[in-house]
Structures are given as C-alpha cells and as structure tokens.
Design a binder for this molecule. Structure first.
Ligand code: UDP
Length: 308
C-alpha cells in the first residue's frame, strides 16, 4: 500500500513508519516538526519520502494514496499549555484537510484519538460507549475537545460520504522515541532515575494509568486498518498502575537511588484510567502482550544509549 503518515516524525508516527516499511509498504511522512524530529526517522530515512508540511494549511500530494494515518498533534500535558491553538488546529483544520485528501484519493483514513476523550472518568474501566467527563473550559480541553471534534468530523465523513474511516482511542503509550523533556511521566521518571535526580510526583502518587508499550499499540493499529469497523476502538493495556508503583519499577530496573519530591497535582488530572479492551479483542483478536517491566527495560535502554 501507499501510506501517508501525518505526524510521522513523532513518537508513535515514526515507530509506525518503521513497522510499515518492514511490511513492505511505501511510506510518505508529513510533519511540520513542531514536536516530532528528523532524528526519529534517521534509521530508515532513505526508505521513506519526507515532506515538511503543516497539515492545517492547504497542500497537494501527487502520489496515489491507499491509507492516511492522522497522528499529527502535540499530545503531552506540557503542550496543552505551550501549543493550545496548534493542537486545536491540527485536530480540526488538519483532520478536515486529511479527510478531504482521503476522499479525493479514495483512501482509508485513520484518526488517532485518545483516552482523554473520557476526561476524568466516572466509569471504570472506560469502554467505548462511555461518553466521558470532560471539563470543556479546563486547561486540558484544548486537547480533549479537539480530539472529540476530530472523531465527530471523521464519523461525519463516514456517514455522509461512506469514507472508510477508523478511529483509535490511544491510552498512555510509551517506548523509544518519546521526547525526554515533554513532561510525560515515563520519560520524566526514567531520566530522573538515570541521573539520580529526585523523582517528581504530582499529587500523592495514588492516581493510576495503564501503560501500553509502543509495539503492542502498533500491532493493534495494523489490525484495525484491515478490519471492517468504523467506530472508535480503545487501544492500550489492561494493567493499571499507581504512579508510586511505576516509580518502584523504574527505580528497580535502573538501580537508582533517586529520592522523591512532591509537587501540586495539575488541574483536572484524571484520577484513574484503564481501558476496557473487550471490543479490540472481539473485532481485532488483539491484546497487549508486553509486560510493563519488559517494555520499560527497552525504553530505559534506549534513553540510556542516548545519554552517551
Ligand atoms: N506525573 C507525575 N510526575 C511527573 C509527570 C507526570 O506524577 O513528573 C503524573 C501526572 O500528574 C499524571 C500521570 O503522571 O497523573 C501521567 O501523566 P502524563 O503527563 O504522562 O500523562 P496523562 O496525564 O496525559 O495521562
């Protein structure tokens, strides 16, 4: 297939690009490098076509395209403060431009949504039928509402034009090529542990997340591409961990003597998050299989190598 990955120089996009090349697909990466980087593509840059493009502006692609993957959006909590308008535009104008391109090229379109559409959830675990608990005027709403809008727009193209769309709701995913300083919990803790610096807990550390290793996520995405299903599908990991437990595991693997400092919990920080993965299991026959210890070891190795 000819595949266009918007946001293909980012953490998830670049891992996906590498995987798709190995599956012998032709890959075009579109990225404006706002949070992605060319370094993420360096291992396989000769095997792809890279176009430096802001998807919120109009653009043309001359090649035939069979599949468009929309992974172009800043996504960390730090970015909610730094790039609020870029996030809103990437998921609204950007989604619109890519959907029009998909219509024009008769290609499959996949929109990368997020567990953030569930906000600070009142249902646990979160199934796709849960409508969420999002504060529309809160600091996280630039991301949460933009992704909710992106889902709505994508489904409007499905309902009006019968476009072959897919929507994934990605739960906290980690692995090589995460940015070390974008404030996300796993790269932050790994780098603090490796340097022997104090580990920064926001709140009391009892809040939970369910962390999915990037390889598992990508297998799930690949299966969904070929599945005749158009509504949102959760992709993530079942195992729910407190932030305190995550520190314990990272300190053990890194053999770190780092202490702990407590900081204020960010506004609207979800207290618990765990995906209900029954739908993914049923329609994709997919489940995450990589244990957190194994995924963290790989991720730590990657960050460690980059320090040298
Ligand atoms: N967190 C923390 N210390 C940090 C960074 C994050 O305790 O240095 C917490 C954060 O408050 C949240 C969890 O870790 O409860 C996951 O944060 P992240 O920004 O990685 O993802 P998200 O909140 O979007 O799930």
């Amino acid at each position: 297939m000819n595949i266009l990955i918007a946001g293909g120089a980012g953490f998830i996009g670049s891992n996906l690009a590498e995987y798709l090349i190995k599956k012998r697909h032709k890959v075009i990466v579109l990225d404006n490098l706002i949070t992605g980087s060319l370094e993420n593509l360096s291992n396989f840059s000769k095997k792809i076509k890279f176009i430096n493009q802001d998807i919120t502006k109009s653009f043309k692609i001359k090649e035939n395209i069979d599949l468009i993957l929309h992974l172009a959006s800043p996504a960390s909590v730090k970015c909610f403060y730094k790039y609020p308008l870029e996030i809103i535009k990437a998921n609204s104008f950007g989604t619109y431009n890519l959907l029009e391109l998909a219509r024009n090229k008769s290609s499959i379109f996949l929109f990368a949504s997020t567990s953030e559409v569930y906000g600070d959830p009142k249902e646990h675990p979160q199934g796709e039928n849960y409508f969420g608990n999002v504060n529309p005027a809160g600091i996280r709403s630039v991301y949460d509402e933009a992704k909710r809008f992106g889902e709505t727009l994508t489904l409007a193209y499905f309902r009006k034009f019968n476009l072959n769309v897919k929507i994934i709701r990605i739960f906290n995913t980690y692995g090589p090529r995460m940015q070390k300083d974008d404030g996300r919990v796993i790269p932050t803790f790994i780098n603090q542990a490796l340097k022997g610096e104090p580990i920064t807990i926001y709140g009391d550390g009892t809040q939970t997340r369910s962390f999915c290793y990037i390889k598992d996520l990508i297998e799930g995405i690949y299966k969904l591409i070929f599945c005749d299903y158009h509504l949102p599908v959760n992709l993530g990991n079942f195992q729910e961990l407190s932030i305190l437990k995550l520190i314990e595991i990272i300190k053990k693997i890194t053999n770190s003597k780092s202490g702990i400092i407590y900081k204020d919990l960010p506004t609207d920080d979800p207290k618990r998050r765990r995906p209900d993965l029954k739908l993914a299991k049923k329609i994709l026959n997919w489940e995450p299989i990589i244990p957190i210890e194994e995924g963290l070891k790989e991720t730590i190795k990657w960050f460690n190598n980059r320090r040298l």
